[in-house]
Design a protein around this ligand. Structure first.
Ligand SMILES: Nc1nc2c(ncn2[C@@H]2O[C@H](COP(=O)(O)OP(=O)(O)OP(=O)(O)O)[C@@H](O)[C@H]2O)c(=O)[nH]1
Ligand SMILES: [Mg+2]
Length: 372
C-alpha cells in the first residue's frame, strides 16, 4: 500500500479486513466530493444489521456481530430497546450453557489481574472465556476501562477470550440489566465461562450474586482490620474466599489469613445449599492456586448439578429477573409520563419550600400517572 493510500484508521485486531479500515475520501479527478446528507443517512440506516444477521452472527461466534449485539442491548436509545429484546428473545434458547462466575473484592484486591491469569489458564485448557464488568462508579469516574484493558492485555489478545468493559447506566435500566443481557448473548455465542468483575462496594456484589452460579471474594493479607471492617454480609454471599497475592514475602501471611477466613466461613450460613465455602490462597503473578480454584468450581458445578441446587438457583434468578425488570420499567414509564414530567418541577419546589409534604406531592404525581 503506497503512502498516500494508507488508511487513516484500521482495527488493530483485524488490520487487513476491508470493513475495519477507514479510508481517506475519494477524490474524483480533482473534483471536490460533495456529500448528500440524505444519502449518508439512508446508507447508515441500511447498514444497521438486521436482527437475523445479528442472530446468525452471534450463533456462529462472529466477534464483530457479537460486539454489535451487545452494543444494541447496551444502547440507551429508545428505538433500540425493542430491537434488542427481539434479538434476546431469539437468542434465549441458545443461552444458559456457560458457567457463570462472579468476582468481587475491594479496589486493588487484584480482580483484573486475577481474571487475566485465570482467564488465560482457562483458554489454555481450550475453553472460551467472556469477561464482563460492572463498575458502579463508571458513570461518575468514567470507569476503569482503560486500566482494565492494560491489566488484561494478554487475555484481550487471546482469540478464545472476549472482554467487554462496563456499560453505563441509562434510562432504560441500569448496568445490571445490560450485564445480564450481555451474558446471555455471550452464552449464545458459545462461550464456556463467563467472568463478571465488580468492585465490592455496596450493592453491585448483591446484584452479581443474583446473576452467577459461583461467587468469589478476593481478599488481601493483613486481615486483622480487614476482617473486622468487612461486612459479614458479603462473606455470606461467597462460595469461595481467595486470599490473593500470596507470593514472595506475602506467602506465609497469606496462609495465616486463609486460616482465619476459613474459621469465619465455617460459622456462616452457606452461600449455596449443600456447599461449604472455604478459603484458598492464590497468586496471579506466579499462577499458584489458579488451577486449584478452577478445580473447586468444577466440583461445585458437578455437585450442584447432581443435587439440583444449580438448576434451582438459576430458576430463582430467572424469576427475580422479572421483578427487577418491572422496577426498571415502572421507573422509566413514571418519569417519562408527560403529566408527571410537567408537574414534577413545580411540586419539587413546593416541597422544598415546605408548602407541601413529599407524600402529598407523590400522591398528586401518581394520580396523574394513573389517569392515562
Ligand atoms: N504481588 C502481587 N501483586 C498483584 C497480584 N495481582 C495483582 N497485583 C497487583 O495489585 C494491583 C491491583 O491489581 P488490579 O488487578 O488492578 O486490582 P483490581 O481489584 O482489579 O482493582 P480495581 O479494578 O481498581 O477495583 C496491581 O498493581 C497489580 O499488579 C498478585 O497476585 N501478586
Ligand atoms: Mg479491576
Amino acid at each position: 500500500m503506497s503512502e498516500d493510500r494508507k488508511p487513516e484508521w484500521s482495527d488493530p485486531n483485524e488490520p487487513e479486513k476491508f470493513s475495519s479500515i477507514i479510508k481517506r475520501g475519494l477524490e474524483l479527478e480533482g473534483q471536490p466530493v460533495t456529500i448528500d446528507r440524505n444519502t449518508v443517512y439512508k446508507k447508515r440506516k441500511s447498514m444497521e444489521p438486521t436482527i437475523e444477521a445479528l442472530v446468525d452472527g452471534v450463533l456462529s461466534g462472529n466477534r464483530g456481530q457479537l460486539a454489535r449485539a451487545i452494543t444494541l442491548v447496551e444502547s440507551n436509545a429508545e428505538q433500540h430497546f425493542h430491537k434488542a429484546q427481539e434479538l434476546l428473545q431469539k437468542l434465549l434458547v441458545h443461552s444458559g450453557k456457560a458457567v457463570r462466575i462472579g468476582i468481587t473484592g475491594v479496589p486493588g484486591a487484584g480482580k483484573s489481574t486475577f481474571i487475566e491469569a485465570f482467564g488465560t489458564y482457562l483458554c489454555d485448557l481450550g475453553l472460551r472465556v467472556a469477561v464482563l464488568a460492572i463498575d458502579p462508579s463508571s458513570s461518575l469516574s468514567g470507569g476503569s476501562i482503560l486500566g482494565d484493558k492494560t491489566r488484561m492485555e494478554k487475555l484481550s489478545r487471546n482469540p478464545r477470550a472476549f472482554i467487554r468493559p462496563s456499560p453505563t447506566a441509562g434510562k432504560l435500566g441500569g448496568v445490571h440489566r445490560k450485564t445480564r443481557e450481555a451474558m446471555l448473548i455471550c452464552e449464545a455465542a458459545g462461550f464456556d465461562v463467563i467472568l463478571i468483575e465488580t468492585v465490592g462496594v455496596g450493592q453491585s456484589e448483591v446484584i452479581i450474586r443474583d446473576m452467577v452460579d459461583f461467587f468469589m471474594l478476593l481478599v488481601l493479607t493483613g486481615a486483622g482490620d480487614e476482617l473486622q471492617g468487612m461486612k459479614k454480609g458479603i462473606m455470606e454471599l461467597a462460595d469461595a474466599v481467595l486470599v490473593h497475592k500470596a507470593d514472595g514475602a506475602n506467602k506465609e501471611k497469606a496462609e495465616l489469613t486463609r486460616k482465619e477466613y476459613g474459621r469465619i466461613l465455617h460459622f456462616l450460613q452457606p452461600a449455596t445449599k449443600g456447599w461449604s465455602s472455604k478459603a484458598y490462597t492464590c497468586s496471579s503473578l506466579t499462577g499458584e492456586g489458579i488451577r486449584e480454584i478452577w478445580d473447586v468450581i468444577r466440583d461445585f458445578e458437578a455437585k450442584g448439578k447432581s443435587s439440583g441446587v444449580f438448576a434451582e438457583r438459576r430458576k430463582g434468578q430467572q424469576r427475580d429477573w422479572i421483578y427487577s425488570l418491572i422496577t426498571d420499567q415502572l421507573h422509566y414509564s413514571f418519569f417519562h409520563h408527560p403529566g408527571v414530567k410537567s408537574k414534577l418541577p413545580q411540586l419539587e419546589n413546593e416541597v422544598m419550600a415546605g408548602e407541601k409534604t413529599a407524600a402529598t406531592a407523590v400522591e398528586i404525581l401518581f394520580k396523574t400517572f394513573l389517569q392515562n
